[in-house]
Design a protein around this ligand. Structure first.
Ligand SMILES: [Zn+2]
Length: 314
């Protein structure tokens, strides 16, 4: 091959890979608001919220937070200082969605009880949004467990539609909650060295996981779809969301709202998964085509983090 031809080929290939990277998009969705941590005191919740929002503002992430309103009560009484934590999200011009009142699983309780828990879980969020001329629009299933039969799924889907909700699916699944539990435990032990070890394993783990979901998308659709990341309003993200955002930037990602991400036509595909696990929608669609479409090399949480967290498995 001539030098000129080779050069042209190289330039063309480079511009293709740059184009692929420029097109990368991710919506960041944050569950279990206001905060999920083993330390439940108000001071800690305030600190975690403040730091999370600092990172979100700095990286200009149009994030959405999914709320469990049972955390906004002290006994039967509405606890205004807890509600203030949600106001901090709204003051940062972020969207809030419904994650049920008490974070129970649709796979484990009666659908009517579950639906009651959804309605109970919107009261305060709806009120706060209304004061700002906004509506509650998105619903996220606790544990990503979406029902054990097509009948339950259809009934719940009709319920959501009647109440003005769109399901918030996720593609970039991960185990940030295991890292955060380990991080909480290291903190409680006063072991800063261990905290650092857990923290420094976190973003590389997330990057290997992201690489996996990018490849899973390509193998399914021949392209990289707009990803939806699920993380939690937890301790480790309050310290490392900044680094996580930098990792996305380095890989050519643009942060988009959930609304924008969901415009990707991949999300129009049906979800007919009725298995027990809370799995990524990418895996749901892959199974639909046949199990052989699920890429086998999904990265795992490092052993030392899993052991420290006390979780038996991912
Ligand atoms: Zn949750």
């Amino acid at each position: 091959m001539s030098f000129i031809l080779r050069s042209i080929l190289l330039i063309t290939l480079c511009s293709f890979s740059v184009a692929a990277q420029i097109g990368r998009r991710v919506a960041i969705t944050i569950d279990d608001l206001p905060v999920v941590s083993t330390r439940n005191d108000l001071e800690n919740r305030r600190e975690i919220t403040r730091k999370l929002l600092e990172h979100i503002k700095k990286a200009r992430i149009p994030a959405i937070g999914f709320v469990n309103e049972n955390k906004l009560y002290a006994g039967d009484q509405r606890a205004e200082p807890q509600v203030d934590l949600l106001r901090m999200w709204l003051d940062a011009a972020l969207e809030l969605g419904n994650h049920t009142y008490s974070h129970r699983s649709l796979n484990r309780i009666d659908i009517n009880d579950f639906q009651a828990d959804v309605l109970k879980g919107e009261a305060i969020t709806r009120e706060l949004l209304l004061k700002r001329g906004k509506k509650i629009r998105y619903f996220r299933h606790p544990f990503l467990q979406t029902g054990r039969s097509l009948e339950v799924k259809a009934q719940f889907s009709a319920f959501l539609e009647k109440n003005g909700y769109t399901i918030a699916p996720i593609t970039f699944d991960n185990a940030d909650y295991i890292f955060s539990r380990a991080y909480d435990i290291a903190f409680d032990r006063g072991d800063k060295k261990l905290m650092k070890e857990v923290g420094e394993a976190y973003v590389p783990y997330m990057e290997s996981k992201l690489d996996y979901w990018e490849r899973q998308s390509k193998s399914l659709f021949g392209r990289e779809m707009s990803q939806t990341l699920l993380i939690h309003a937890n301790f480790i993200n309050s310290d490392y969301l900044d680094d996580l955002a930098k990792m996305f930037k380095r890989r050519g990602y643009r942060f988009v709202s959930l609304e924008t991400a969901l415009k990707d036509e991949a999300y129009r595909l049906p979800d007919t998964y009725i298995g027990p696990a809370g799995i990524s929608w990418l895996h749901r669609w892959a199974r639909e085509k046949g199990r052989e479409y699920v890429l086998p090399d999904e990265p795992k949480v490092p052993d030392f983090v899993l052991k420290l967290s006390g979780f038996e498995s991912e």
